[in-house]
Design a protein around this ligand. Structure first.
Ligand SMILES: [Zn+2]
Length: 453
């Protein structure tokens, strides 16, 4: 199908970061064929035409780190740091989550992501039995682009790691002819995954030519344990296992020594910053400036729903830049333009998809979003990049196009029955929260909530 988007404000995120007023994009067979001024591009004919007058057109946003299995825990947790939260909320939730629920849980996450302008996401799903076949079905149904994987951990039970590796290998096989889905090995974190298993996943990722996705240097407690047990920081330790390479995406990277930043830069490791998660869990502040200045690619993620409570990359962009300003007591420590790079082209680089997505350029896949600029909320537009980062939210995303297919138009999802999804999600969430006893566990931890009468 050919698609012409015309009369829009095109934020290309190309090498020159061109913003084209009264611009147009021609899409043919899922790829961008022309980008330029409307009067030049619109001479080409197209079967479908979108008039983007009063709208900005951006590359689809890339959520480079998340866990869709936790979707139904949005708006539940508060006041707990990572490990208390995991013991109090996540583990009981996972014990109650049934395999048949996972389809709806993942679909809820994907629908929310598409709705807020995310066209590609990097998932580390957690479940106690094979599950990636379900996630593949969800992605095929809703039309999002997914880089998927599942927790691989062996601290509690070595059999879990074998099962998770087999599940990942089966998914790699299943996705060979599915260009919109990539699979990664996901060793969970050094606190839950042995050096042997990290080594095994490295070996398999190289053998099957797929990437790796892990958590790294997220909390001060993690670093204290590593220094005590291994005599090294997490980055030094993973480097000693020869784990690193340009195919590694590591979430967080907060607690780093200067020498470790050099290792990350030398080895081409990609980092994902998750500002909302880091703030809500009081984990710490990423040394963003140092990482970027030393040539490390940093992308942006929402992390799981309990930590950002939404799938809004506009809010993630805003938090990322604000956090650096206040932490460094320097208003110039991070900029709106840099935040937009984190959420688009850097996300593509992190996932090694920069030749395909992340910017609106000829030859790339047509993953793009339209943002309605006409309403009261975003008026006036003085500078588009600053406006979107400092004032935007996912609610202004009007349309979403992935692989040249329109998956959301006029804020309505075209691939998902929203009323059915809302009903299912609410029912499953109520059962899950009730049967897992999360409210009582939170209360026992001193987390208060108001009574509903
Ligand atoms: Zn995470």
């Amino acid at each position: 199908m050919n698609l012409l988007i015309k009369n829009g404000l095109i934020v290309t995120m190309d090498g020159e970061r061109r913003v084209i007023k009264d611009g147009a994009i021609l899409v043919r067979d899922g790829r961008i064929e022309e980008v330029g001024k409307t009067h030049k591009v619109s001479k080409f004919s197209a079967e479908e035409v979108i008039d983007a007058r009063g709208k900005a057109v951006l590359p689809g946003l890339i959520n480079s780190h998340t866990h869709t299995h936790e979707t139904l825990l949005s708006g539940v947790s508060d006041c707990l740091e990572l490990y208390s939260w995991s013991d109090t909320v996540l583990q009981p939730y996972l014990k109650s989550l049934r395999r048949e629920d996972c389809y709806w849980v993942a679909l809820q996450a994907c629908a929310q992501m598409i709705g807020s302008g995310i066209t590609c996401y990097n998932d580390m799903f957690g479940y106690n039995s094979p599950i990636l076949d379900v996630i593949i079905k969800v992605i095929e149904r809703c039309g999002i682009r997914g880089v998927i994987g599942r927790y691989i951990r062996d601290a509690e039970d070595p059999k879990y790691a074998s099962m998770a590796i087999s599940d990942t290998l089966a998914a790699i096989e299943q996705c060979r002819d599915k260009p919109r889905i990539e699979v990664r090995f996901c060793p969970f974190t050094v606190l839950k995954c042995s050096g042997e298993t990290y080594g095994k996943t490295r070996e398999l990722a190289s053998k099957y030519d797929v990437g790796l996705h892990t958590h790294m240097a997220e909390t001060r407690k993690e670093i204290q344990i590593m220094e005590k047990e291994k005599g090294k920081g997490t980055v030094e330790y993973l480097d000693s296992l020869d784990f690193f390479g340009p195919d590694v995406v590591a979430a967080h990277a907060i607690w780093l020594k200067d020498e470790e930043i050099k290792i990350l830069s030398d080895k081409g490791v990609k980092i994902v910053h998750n500002p909302s998660s880091n703030m809500k869990l009081a984990s710490g502040v990423i040394p963003l400036r140092k990482l970027i200045d030393r040539g490390v690619t940093v992308a942006l993620g929402t992390d799981a729903a309990p930590f950002s409570d939404d799938w809004d990359m506009f809010i993630a962009m805003r938090l990322a830049t604000y956090l650096q300003k206040v932490h460094n007591l320097d208003a110039a420590a991070s900029t709106a333009e840099e935040a937009l790079e984190l959420a688009t082209i850097n996300g593509a680089k992190a996932l090694m998809l920069e030749d395909e997505i992340g910017s609106l350029e000829v030859g790339k896949k047509a993953d793009m979003i339209l943002i309605d600029l006409k309403g009261v909320g975003l008026t006036p537009i003085n500078d588009i990049a600053k406006k979107l980062v400092f004032c935007g939210t996912g609610c202004y995303v009007d349309a979403s196009i992935i692989d040249g297919e329109i998956v959301m138009e006029n804020r309505c999802l075209k691939t998902v029955d929203e009323s059915e999804l809302v009903e299912k999600s609410q029912t499953i969430a109520e059962d899950l929260i009730e049967s897992s006893g999360i409210w009582k566990s939170l209360e026992a931890q001193g987390v208060k909530r108001w009574k509903v009468i």
